[in-house]
Structure formats: structure tokens, C-alpha cells
Design a protein around this ligand. Structure first.
Ligand code: ADP
Length: 752
């Protein structure tokens, strides 16, 4: 079997390539009528089906290039012009008249334009029946009965009954497409003695992809006799377009030889199919079979097409109705999750913290959230490791934002071991951060599917063995389907997509807020530093003056005062000195914030030695032993500032110690650093007086001291504040552990 393809080349059809067969340009018409392709303005005949010779009494070759009026009388031509003026003919076949052509007939004549060509179809009328039923009245009655059904199932059954009542076919089926494009007969009405196909499944290859697509364009397909004699269109290429005639909208369009063979194998003669298109998608077909050849008169066809359109609208209504409570549940959960996300800082808390949680979003048996470095599992799920590995596979192999399957093991080998809990997976990627996902799981559901014939063998070789035929056997073939969950609905998939967008937007908005807050914080830090600098710098001079004049007063006029007066002046001098030390500390602190870090590689052993030397007087005085159990690493840091860090910590360790044998240990640990930090945690430990837990935070406040001015050798209370500032400017953290009476350990890290 061969046809001519788009580029005018021969295309040999068999079942290995029938999903590519150009069925919209079959190059011939069925036998029950004749077709003319005409210039849309001049009405010159460009192409004709060869059977015009028998139908109109003039061979095609004689008609080509002539005006259409050679065949149609002036009234008929008038009717055609009127039709063209009053209705859009583009992609819309319109009934023009019934009458004789070339003294033969009568014919039902319809016309439409497609791709700039006027296509006129004349279908032979069997006999004119003056008592033809009033299809409009019949359809109206059907409608009333259809409207009274409750469920989608009942509705489909009623539709099959009504459709058969009007069309008179032996079998009318409501055929529903599944997600994988296979289909199943969900309702049926039969003439007495006709075999039932109810509940049977048909593989996707039975109605190939391009045939399904064509049904969305042109909802109606009638084949009165599958053994018809094909009548070729001549010439093959349209002289206006230089391409084969596109017959997508023509009702006489020739049928794929594969399909007529399929019908014959089934034992079916006439067939009629009307598409049920819901929201632009092919939801199903109203498929009618007859066991004799049968033409469908124009009025009846119109009635059937009209009823089919109503059925499609009502299916949509029923689907909506059945889904509406589920849709509402999803929408409410969506809103609750978004609201909860806005209240919680972490994604996991946001999705699990409210009354309606992520596992309530869609029907599932388990759920996983991979976010904030956590793997949070709810219900029946694979193990945390399995979930992490699956997420890694999704990230690597399925880069998309959404992934959905009802048979994970078919795509992911590890899925085999998880099918009890995760045959079905619906997953959304939350952010661009690698590995942030929400996954919903469904377990395997083992089902028996009744196929109309073995679906894995939809083809059989012909006796000559040179090409493949559609299967001959439609005997019940049962398949045990494993490794599959209940399928995910379109509603669920689209809702998950919407939730992903909402979460992602929120995460992005939050990140922007944080970065804006950081900018504000940085700015106010800079302002604070410069304020501290100006204040301490400018205070110094008057302070000096107060100190100096107090000293002069004491020296030159001390005798003139009594002892109380002199003591007050001495206090004034002392306070001025103390204030000077404080302003010096403040000045130093503010300089740290304004100074660029001089980052170099430094051996911390050298840095530590320098700090020990700088504090040697105090260490000796207090008799403190410094222990360094193992060498320190080399790190990237500002060496001068790091000396100061060690110096402060060592000085404090020696100072706040009342033990007879005082020691300090300076060391390094390899665990405890966070991502983004250099991989060492440095520490300075002492066996001193310790710090109560309630002061763990306040000791880092500037000028905060826990002791009287003269206790433990005094101090300004700025040392730890400065130390923390240096560590933080290095991108690290400073914290402590302490037990009062036992000792204190200060830890710090440095940023990478
Ligand atoms: P300063 O030592 O000048 O008072 P710091 O900012 O260095 O100021 O320390 C703040 C306070 O924290 C100190 O007054 C002291 O009470 C407490 N402190 C600091 N280091 C230690 C330590 N190693 N052991 C016990 N207490 C400490």
C-alpha cells in the first residue's frame, strides 16, 4: 500500500510506520461520492476525483481547467455563491444544495475552503425519503434524557443509547482515551445479538497519533464501506499549491489502508466516529459500528454531529462537576500552604507547619520534602537515602521543573525496589538550588486489563511476508498490569505546577528581602562605625583638656583645697583616664570595621607565637601554662587581626582564672565547620572561673564586664566585642562553652 507524501514522494504504509502516514493527504476519495478542487475566486476546476466520470458522466481530464459552471446549473452556482457569502467556508464544510449534476444523481453537495482551495463534495443520495425523521426533534429529546443523568458513567451510558437511537448503528461505544493514548470502552449500546466490547482496552497504535490530532480538527469521520474502490485525485499535485490536496476537512477523504484492513479484520462494515473534544484535547470518541455497509444521509449526519458536540460539552460539565470538590480541596490546601510558608522561615516548616499540610495537597500515600538541607518524610515513602538518590537522579536526568510518572521503575532502575510505596511519583523542583524537591508518592496497584486482542502484537505479517497487517484477532486478552500506580490526574499535575510557581516566587521574594535587609544592615554598620570613630576621635581632645586641667589644678592649687576637694579632683583625673581608655577601645573597634582585610595564607603556629609573646608579661605574672597539643593549620586570614584574636582570648583565659595551677590550651578540631567556612574549628580553652550560661550573649556587648573594675586585673569590656568583629569580618563564627568554676572554651571558625 502506498500513498503520496507532502513532498510528492511515494510513501509505503505498513504498521511500523503508520503513525507517520500522511492521512490528511490520502490522494483519493472513498467510493460514495465525488470531489472537485476548485479555484476559490474563478471557480476553475483544478483537481477532480477520477470517479466524476461515473458520477457526473464526464471524465476528470475533460473537466480540468474548465469552469465549474460546466457541471452546475446557474441556480446551483448561485447557491454556491450565496453559501460563500453568508457563511465562512474556511475549515467549515457547509451544505449547499441537493440536486442532479450532469443529469445524474441526486447528490448532497457541500463545500469548504482549506489552504486557499475550494473543495466541493458531492455524495450520492440513495433515495429521497419524504418521511425522513425530524433529527432536530430527536436530538432535543435525547438532550432531555442526557441532562437527567448524575454521574459521568451514567451520562456516557445514556449517550451511547441516545446516539444509537438516532443513528441506527448496530453498536455505539463511548471510547475514552487514557493518558498513554490507549483507550477503553466506557459505555456501549448494542443491537440484539451484537458482541459487547464494553470494558475492553485498545492500544494507542490502534488510533495513531496523527489520526488523534486530525480528530481534534475535524470531529467527524464516516466510512460507509471499508471495501470501497479508492478513486484517485487527479492530478496528484494541486496546480495552485503544487502539493497534494489537503483533505483534513473533507468527509469523502480516503481512508488509510491500514484502517480499512483493521475494520475488515474486525468484521465491521460501516463505521462512524465523532470526537469528544474537551478543552482542546481529545477526551474520547463516540464510535459506531454497523455490520452492513451503510450510508449516513446528510440530515442524519448533521443530527449526529450536533449531538456529539452537545455530548462533548456535557462531558466537560460532568468532568468539572466530579472534579470540583477535589479541585476545591487542592485550591484550599494551596492557599493554606502559601499562607503558612509566609509565616515560617524554613520551607520544611512552611509546608508541614499548618493544619493543611503538603501531604493533603493531592491524593497520595506518602510525601517527601528535600529542602533547607533536610530530607523530611511523611507517610509511606522510600528510605531517606532512596529519596535523596532519586532526587539526585531527577536533578541530573530530568532537569524539568515537574516530573510525573505512574511507573517509576520503567524509567528509573532503582524504582523496582521502591514500587510498594513509590510506583507513582509526582515531583516539583522548588528552587534552582540543587536538590530542593517536593515529591508525592503512590504505591503500585496491580490490575487486570482486558485487551481487545494482544496489544503487544498489534501487527501480523501478510502471507507474502513483505508488509505488516493490523491484528486479526480481537479475542479477549488479559494482561496483569504491575509496576503501576493509579495515574495522576491532569488537575493534580497542573496544580502541582502552580504550587511550584507559588513556592519559588516566595523563596525568591524572601531571598530578596534578606539581601535588602543585609544591605541596610551593612549600611547602618558602616554608619555606626563612622559615628563611633568620629565620636571617639573628637571626644579625645576635650577629654585630654579635662585631664590636663584637673592635673594642673591639683598640682598648682591643691594646697588651697581641703582633703575632700583634693580627693574629688583625683577622682576626676582617674575618671578622665578611664574615659580615655574607653574611647581608645572604641576608636580601635571602629577602625576595624573601616579597614580592608589583608587576606594572606598564614601559618597559625606563627600567629599564635606572636600572640603569646605579646601577652607574655601577664602569662608570667599569673604563672599560666600554655599548652598546644598539636600543630595548628595554615589558613587564609588577616594575620595582624588574628594575632589580636588569640591575644584577647589568651589574655582573658589567663586573667579570669583563680586556680593555683592555671593552664590554657590552644588547638584545632576538624569537625563542626559549616559549608562556606574553612574546615577548621580553632579553640582556646582554660581552667578558669567559667561564665554562667545567661551571660553567653551579653559578654560580646561592648564595655560589658561581669566583674568589678578592679577585680581580675580590670579591663574595658571591649576585648570580646573586637574579637567577634574580627571573626565575623572573616566570614566565621565565635561561640563558647563554659561551666562556672570549671573553665571556658572559646571556639571560632573562619570563612572560606
Ligand atoms: P574585659 O576582659 O576587658 O573585661 P572582654 O570583652 O574581653 O572584656 O570580656 C568581657 C567579660 O567576659 C569579662 O569581663 C569577663 O567577665 C568575661 N570573660 C571573658 N573571657 C573569660 C574567660 N576566659 N573566663 C571567664 N570569663 C571571661
Amino acid at each position: 500500500m502506498s500513498v503520496i507524501d507532502e513532498s510528492g514522494r511515494e510513501f509505503k504504509v505498513d504498521l511500523t510506520n503508520c503513525d507517520r502516514e500522511p492521512i490528511h493527504i490520502p490522494g483519493h476519495v472513498q467510493g460514495h461520492g465525488a470531489l472537485l478542487a476548485v479555484h476559490p475566486d474563478y471557480f476553475t476546476i483544478l483537481q477532480a476525483s477520477q470517479n466524476v466520470a461515473t458520477y457526473f458522466g464526464t471524465p476528470a481530464e475533460t473537466l480540468l481547467g474548465k469552469e465549474l459552471s460546466i457541471l452546475l446549473d446557474p441556480t446551483q452556482m448561485g447557491a454556491l455563491r450565496d453559501a460563500r457569502q453568508s457563511q465562512p467556508l474556511a475549515q467549515n464544510p457547509v451544505y449547499v444544495f441537493q440536486g442532479e449534476i450532469g443529469g445524474q444523481g441526486p447528490f448532497d453537495v457541500s463545500a469548504h475552503t482549506y489552504q486557499g482551495i475550494l473543495i466541493i463534495e458531492a455524495e450520492a443520495v440513495d433515495q429521497i425519503d419524504p418521511a425522513a425523521p425530524d433529527f432536530q426533534a430527536l436530538v432535543t429529546e435525547s438532550l432531555v434524557r442526557l441532562q437527567s443523568t448524575k454521574t459521568l458513567e451514567d451520562f456516557c451510558q445514556a449517550a451511547a443509547v441516545e446516539f444509537r437511537k438516532i443513528s441506527g448503528f448496530d453498536r455505539v461505544m463511548i471510547y475514552r482515551f487514557l493518558q498513554d493514548a490507549s483507550g477503553t470502552v466506557v459505555a456501549e449500546d448494542l443491537a440484539p445479538g451484537i458482541e459487547s466490547f464494553l470494558g475492553l482496552h485498545y492500544p494507542a497504535s490502534d488510533i495513531p497519533k496523527q489520526a488523534r490530532a486530525l480528530f481534534v480538527q475535524n470531529a467527524s469521520r464516516i466510512i460507509p464501506d471499508p471495501s470501497y474502490e479508492p478513486s484517485p485525485i487527479v492530478p496528484t499535485l494541486n496546480p495552485l499549491t503544487d502539493r497534494p490536496l489537503d483533505m483534513s476537512y473533507a468527509s469523502l477523504r480516503g481512508v488509510s489502508p491500514m484502517h480499512t484492513q483493521y475494520l475488515r479484520n474486525m468484521g465491521v462494515c460501516a463505521s462512524m466516529s465523532q470526537a469528544i473534544v474537551v478543552d482542546g484535547q481529545l477526551w474520547g470518541l463516540i464510535a459506531s459500528h454497523h455490520y452492513e455497509n451503510r450510508r449516513v444521509p446528510y440530515g442524519l449526519r448533521r443530527g449526529c454531529e450536533f449531538l456529539a458536540k452537545l455530548v462533548a460539552l456535557m462531558v466537560r460539565g460532568k468532568v468539572d462537576e466530579e472534579q470540583s470538590s477535589y479541585r476545591q480541596q487542592i485550591e484550599e490546601t494551596h492557599d493554606a500552604l502559601v499562607e503558612s510558608m509566609s509565616r515560617h522561615r524554613s520551607i520544611v516548616e512552611g509546608l508541614t507547619g499548618g493544619e493543611r499540610r503538603i501531604e493533603h495537597f493531592v491524593d497520595c500515600t506518602g510525601c517527601a520534602i528535600l529542602a533547607d538541607g533536610e530530607c523530611h518524610l511523611i507517610g509511606q515513602t522510600p528510605t531517606p537515602t532512596q529519596v535523596r538518590v532519586l532526587a539526585e537522579w531527577l536533578r541530573r536526568e530530568r532537569g524539568d521543573e515537574l516530573y510525573v510518572t505512574d511507573s517509576l521503575s520503567r524509567e528509573y532502575p532503582e524504582g523496582e525496589r521502591m514500587k510498594d510505596v513509590a510506583s507513582g511519583v509526582l515531583s516539583i523542583r522548588l528552587t534552582k538550588v540543587p536538590g530542593e524537591f517536593v515529591l508525592w508518592f503512590r504505591p503500585e496497584v496491580v490490575k487486570t486489563v482486558n485487551w481487545a486482542g494482544n496489544p503487544t502484537k498489534p501487527v501480523e505479517p501478510t502471507p507474502s511476508g513483505d508488509r505488516l497487517n493490523p491484528r486479526k484477532s480481537f479475542e479477549l486478552w488479559q494482561e496483569e498490569v504491575r509496576d503501576r500506580s493509579n495515574p495522576w490526574k491532569r488537575l493534580e499535575i497542573e496544580s502541582a505546577r502552580r504550587l511550584r510557581i507559588a513556592i519559588t516566587e516566595m523563596v525568591i521574594r524572601r531571598a530578596e528581602e534578606v539581601s535588602r535587609a543585609n544591605v541596610r544592615l551593612e549600611r547602618s554598620n558602616v554608619e555606626l562605625d563612622s559615628f563611633a570613630y568620629i565620636a571617639s576621635h573628637d571626644l579625645k581632645e576635650p577629654l585630654r583638656g579635662i585631664h590636663n586641667y584637673s592635673t594642673f589644678l591639683l598640682e598648682d592649687y591643691g594646697e588651697a583645697l581641703d582633703e575632700t576637694g583634693r580627693e574629688r579632683l583625683r577622682t576626676l583625673v582617674r575618671l578622665a583616664e578611664r574615659m580615655e581608655t574607653l574611647t581608645d577601645s572604641l576608636l580601635h573597634f571602629s577602625r576595624l570595621g573601616r579597614q580592608e582585610l589583608d587576606l594572606q595564607k598564614h601559618d597559625l603556629n606563627d600567629v599564635l607565637q606572636e600572640a603569646i609573646e605579646a601577652t607574655s608579661a601577664r602569662l608570667e605574672e599569673t604563672g599560666t601554662e600554655v599548652r598546644i597539643p598539636w600543630p595548628l593549620p595554615t589558613v587564609t586570614c588577616d594575620g595582624v587581626q588574628l594575632v589580636e584574636v588569640f591575644q584577647n582570648l589568651i589574655a582573658n583565659a589567663a586573667k579570669y582564672n583563680d586556680k593555683p595551677h592555671k593552664w590554657i590550651e590552644v588547638g584545632v578540631r576538624s569537625e563542626g565547620a559549616l559549608p562556606g567556612e574553612q574546615p577548621h574549628v580553632l579553640y582556646v580553652r582554660d581552667n578558669g572561673i567559667g561564665i554562667p550560661r545567661k551571660h553567653f550573649e551579653s559578654i560580646f556587648r561592648i564595655f560589658k564586664r561581669l566583674h568589678g573594675r578592679t577585680e581580675f586585673g580590670g579591663g574595658t569590656g571591649a576585648g570580646l566585642t573586637i574579637t567577634e568583629k574580627v571573626v565575623q569580618r572573616h566570614g566565621g563564627r565565635l561561640w563558647l562553652e563554659s561551666e562556672p568554676g570549671q573553665g571556658t572554651t572559646f571556639f571560632f571558625t573562619l570563612g572560606a
